[in-house]
Design a protein around this ligand. Structure first.
Ligand code: G3D
Ligand code: MG
Length: 176
C-alpha cells in the first residue's frame, strides 16, 4: 500500500475553533473546557482513501498554532515552513475573523508558496448569530483559488471530516 505523509497547518484568529476542530477530527470529542496553551501542537491522524481504485494511506500531521499574537509572530516561519496543505478558519459569529484570513494568507504564502487551501466557517451550530455567510467566504475562495469552502461545527461535528478528508484527497491527487 502506498503511504503519504503531509504537513497540514490550521490558521486563523484566536478562538475561532482551530484546536476544537482538530480535537474533533483526531479524537472525535468536543470539550467546552479545553484550555488554550502556548506554542504549537502537532497531532497525527492516519486515514485511508480510495483513489482510482487504489487504497492509499495518508498520515496527516496536523499543526495547531497557539498563544498570544506576539508569540505567533515569532513562531510563524517555523510553524508554516514545509506546510503542504492549509485550513483557514473563521468564526461565523465574528466578521473580522473572516477578513483576518486575508492578512494571514499574505504572510503565509511568503513562507510556503501557493498551497492547496480550504476555508472554514466554523461554529455553524450558532448560525442564528451569524455575521457573515456564503457570499463572503465564496469571494475569499475565488481570490485564493482555494479547493473549496465549508461550514463546520466542532461542537456537533458537522463538516469536520469532510474538511480534512477533502484536503487529504487533494494532496494525494497532486502527488500521483
Ligand atoms: P482556537 O484554537 O482557534 O483559539 P478553540 O479556538 O478551539 O480554543 O475554541 C475557542 C472557543 O470556541 C472555545 O470556547 C470552544 O469551545 C468554542 N468553539 C469552538 N468551535 C466551536 C463550534 O463549532 N461551536 C461552538 N458553539 N463553539 C465552538 P471557550 O468557551 O472554551 O472559550
Ligand atoms: Mg487553539
Amino acid at each position: 500500500m502506498r503511504i503519504f505523509k503531509f504537513k497540514i497547518c490550521l490558521f486563523g484568529e484566536p478562538a475561532v475553533g482551530k484546536t476544537s476542530l482538530i480535537r474533533r477530527f483526531v479524537y472525535d470529542t468536543f470539550d467546552e473546557k479545553y484550555l488554550s496553551t502556548i506554542g504549537t501542537k502537532v497531532s497525527k491522524k492516519t486515514v485511508s482513501l480510495e483513489i482510482n481504485g487504489e487504497e492509499i494511506r495518508v498520515d496527516m500531521m496536523i499543526w495547531d498554532i497557539m498563544g498570544q499574537e506576539s508569540f505567533r509572530q515569532l513562531l510563524k516561519d517555523a510553524y508554516f515552513y514545509g506546510a503542504e496543505g492549509l485550513i483557514g478558519v473563521a468564526d461565523i459569529t465574528r466578521k473580522n475573523t473572516l477578513y483576518a484570513l486575508d492578512e494571514w494568507l499574505k504572510e503565509i504564502f511568503k513562507i510556503t508558496g501557493e498551497k492547496p487551501i480550504i476555508f472554514i466557517g466554523n461554529k455553524y451550530d450558532l448560525k442564528e448569530n451569524a455575521e457573515w455567510g456564503e457570499d463572503e467566504i465564496k469571494q475569499l475562495t475565488e481570490k485564493y483559488r482555494a479547493i473549496k469552502y465549508l461550514f463546520t461545527s466542532a461542537k456537533t461535528g458537522e463538516g469536520v471530516e469532510d474538511t480534512f478528508l477533502t484536503l487529504a484527497r487533494k494532496l494525494v491527487e497532486k502527488k500521483i
